[in-house]
Design a protein around this ligand. Structure first.
Ligand code: UTP
Length: 291
C-alpha cells in the first residue's frame, strides 16, 4: 500500500435542506462566505496540505460546482478587455488550482454512500475526506495537522473538537484513551452517534475532516443502511476499529458549520472582520449597531 495521502474526497451531493430555499437551485457548497464559495475554502486547505488530487462527489443540480472550477472563457476575456487585472487573476486562480475529478452520487443516500462512490478514483491508498460545509480557520491547515498525525502513527485520523455541555448531542462522539505524550491525540475504542449529554463518552466531537485507509470501502460496502435509511460514514469507521488503529485528533483552529444558518453568519462576521479590504469598515458598522 502507498502510505502517502495524495487524494481528498469532497462529498457535495447532499440536499442542503437546512439552507432552503437558497439551496433549491444553488448547491449548498457554492454558497458564498464573504465572496468565495464555501467549497473553495476546503479545496484551498487541501492544496495547502499538499494534496495532489481532488475528487468531488456531486449529484443532480450540482453543475455550478464544476463550472466554478472550470475555465470561464467569456468572463475572462471580458475582464481582460476591461483591464480588470485583479479580478482576472482571482478568476483564473480558481481554474488553475488543481486537477479535479468528479463522480456522481445518484441519490443522496448518506455520507458513507457518497464516500463509497469515490472508491475507483481513490484506489488502494489512504485518502482524506473533507466536508465542504465545515470551514476551518487555522494557523496550520487542519488537514496538514492531521497528515502529520497520520504520518507519525500510520492509522486513520478523525478530526475532533472539544464540545462542552448539551451541544455534544449534535455530534458523533469518541470513546478512547489519550495517546501518551500527545494531549491532542486519542486512540479510539468506540463512537457514539448523537449521545444524550449524560451518556457522551467524552467531549471529543467528530467534525468534517477524516483520513481513512482504503479498508473503509470494503466495510462501507457491507454496512447496512443506518439512521434515516442512509449509509453513515461513522458506521463504516466502527468496522475499521475492529481491525485497525483509528485516532482522534483535536485540531488547532476554529471550525464553522457553514451548512447551518447560524454557523454561516458567525463565519461571515469573523472572516469579514479579518479581511484587509473590508475589516475596518465592517468593524465600524458593527460598533454602530445598538445591540
Ligand atoms: P450534511 O448532512 O451536512 O449535508 O452532509 P446535507 O444533507 O446536504 O445538508 P442538510 O442537513 O440537508 O441541510 C455533509 C456533506 O456531505 C455531503 C453534503 O453535500 C455535505 O457537503 N453529502 C451528504 C453527500 O455528498 N451525500 C449524501 O448523501 C449526504
Amino acid at each position: 500500500m502507498n502510505k502517502k495521502v495524495r487524494k481528498a474526497v469532497f462529498p457535495a451531493a447532499g440536499l442542503g435542506t437546512r439552507f432552503l430555499p437558497a439551496t433549491k437551485s444553488i448547491p449548498k457548497e457554492m454558497l458564498a462566505l464573504v465572496d468565495k464559495p464555501i467549497i473553495q475554502y476546503g479545496v484551498e486547505e487541501a492544496l495547502a496540505a499538499g494534496i495532489e488530487q481532488i475528487i468531488i462527489v456531486t449529484g443532480r443540480g450540482k453543475s455550478a460546482i464544476e463550472d466554478h472550477f472550470d475555465v470561464s472563457f467569456e468572463l475572462e476575456s471580458t475582464l481582460e478587455r476591461r483591464g480588470k487585472k485583479e479580478l482576472l487573476a482571482i478568476t483564473r486562480n480558481v481554474s488553475n488550482m488543481v486537477e479535479l475529478s468528479y463522480v456522481r452520487q445518484k441519490e443522496a443516500r448518506g455520507l458513507g454512500h457518497a464516500v463509497l462512490m469515490a472508491r475507483d478514483l481513490v484506489g488502494d491508498e489512504p485518502f482524506s475526506v473533507i466536508l465542504p460545509d465545515d470551514v476551518i480557520d487555522a494557523p496550520v491547515p487542519c488537514l496538514k495537522q492531521m497528515l502529520d498525525v497520520f504520518n507519525q502513527l500510520q492509522g486513520s485520523v478523525l478530526a475532533t473538537q472539544i464540545v462542552e455541555g448539551p451541544a455534544i448531542s449534535a455530534y458523533g462522539v469518541l470513546d478512547g484513551k489519550q495517546v501518551a505524550g500527545n494531549a491532542r491525540v486519542m486512540e479510539v475504542k468506540g463512537m457514539v452517534e448523537k449521545p444524550k449529554p449524560a451518556e457522551a463518552p467524552s467531549k471529543n466531537a467528530i467534525i468534517g475532516r477524516y483520513i481513512l485507509t482504503p479498508k473503509i470501502f470494503e466495510l462501507l460496502e457491507k454496512t447496512p443502511l443506518g439512521a434515516g435509511g442512509e449509509l453513515q460514514l461513522t458506521d463504516g469507521i466502527k468496522g475499521l476499529l475492529e481491525t485497525e488503529k483509528v485516532y482522534g485528533y483535536i485540531f488547532e483552529g476554529t471550525r464553522y458549520d457553514a451548512g447551518d444558518k447560524l454557523g454561516m453568519l458567525k463565519a461571515t462576521v469573523d472572516f469579514a472582520l479579518k479581511r484587509e479590504d473590508l475589516g475596518p469598515q465592517f468593524r465600524e458598522y458593527l460598533k454602530s449597531l445598538s445591540l
